[in-house]
Design a protein around this ligand. Structure first.
Ligand code: OAD
Length: 232
């Protein structure tokens, strides 16, 4: 690929699937045996904090048993080598991008390894189980919750993402179904600002028609091939 300086790469659950982490929208619409609405909304947290906290405790605990795959490694190599602007925007709450070595990275939907104070807004690194009503060390109130962006809440870093999309020459989407906004709309923004748009996914996503090109297959093959292409 030529004439590309600035790149934005959006990743979703599909990039971590080959590491052994479940995606969200399987044929039965369940995620790890739960409906997403039962564990990923502010209402669910208010109604049944024990269930919601336990669900994310279990997800956090699985991180130790999985490792970055070739797709995460390839994006980390691109991050190290790319001379222009690069922003990896992940919808994933796992830590596989950073464990592979990526640094130009934004977690727009939060992180399993972080706890958020619902009272004062302070976020703190968290590796252990997080019981409901755990105390915030910033404001001393018993208000820590999983640092996950629930449905109905505003994703993180939208200003920075929008600015990167405005400057992007290439927008790549990897392993996302395109079912959840605002991330699903990034391809249209990127196009609007003049970027070339490329989708890498196992199957066409909901927004597939908006991409200039779709490459179908596993991320562990498609992403390293793209990175090799970009780095020449
Ligand atoms: P989904 O589960 O909706 O979509 C995963 C996509 O990855 C699907 O299109 C699969 O075909 C594709 N896929 C699966 N395995 C793959 C592989 N090995 N290589 C390439 N592609 C593969 O997950 P997301 O789009 O990430 O939000 O879901 C978006 C958001 O919905 C999540 O961030 C989460 C959820 O609600 C929050 O938790 C806030």
């Amino acid at each position: 690929m030529t004439d590309i300086d600035n790149i934005v790469i959006l990743t979703g659950a599909g990039i971590s699937a080959e590491s052994g982490l479940a995606t969200f929208r399987g044929p039965d619409g369940l995620w790890e045996g739960h409906r997403v609405e039962d564990v990923c909304t502010p209402e669910a947290l208010a109604r049944d904090p024990v269930l919601v906290h336990r669900f994310y405790d279990e997800r956090r605990a699985t991180l130790g048993a999985v490792a970055p795959n070739a797709a995460h490694q390839a994006l980390a190599a691109l991050d190290r080598a790319w001379g222009g602007d690069l922003l990896i925007v992940t919808q994933n709450v796992d830590d596989l991008h950073e464990r592979a070595g990526a640094t130009r990275l934004i977690h727009m939907h939060g992180e399993l390894k972080s706890a958020l104070c619902a009272a004062c807004g302070k976020a703190v690194a968290w590796s252990d189980p997080l019981p409901p009503a755990s105390v915030c060390d910033g404001c001393a109130r018993p208000a820590l919750r999983p640092d996950i962006v629930f449905f109905g809440e505003m994703p993180y870093h939208m200003d920075r993402i929008e600015a990167a999309l405005q400057q992007a020459d290439l927008f790549v989407s990897v392993g996302t179904s395109g079912a959840v906004y605002p991330a699903a709309g990034f391809v249209q923004s990127a196009r609007h600002y003049g970027a070339r748009t490329l989708e890498l996914n196992l199957e066409p996503s909901a927004g597939s028609v908006y991409f200039d090109e779709s490459r179908l297959g596993p991320a562990s093959l498609l992403v390293p091939a793209l990175v090799q292409d970009l780095l020449g």
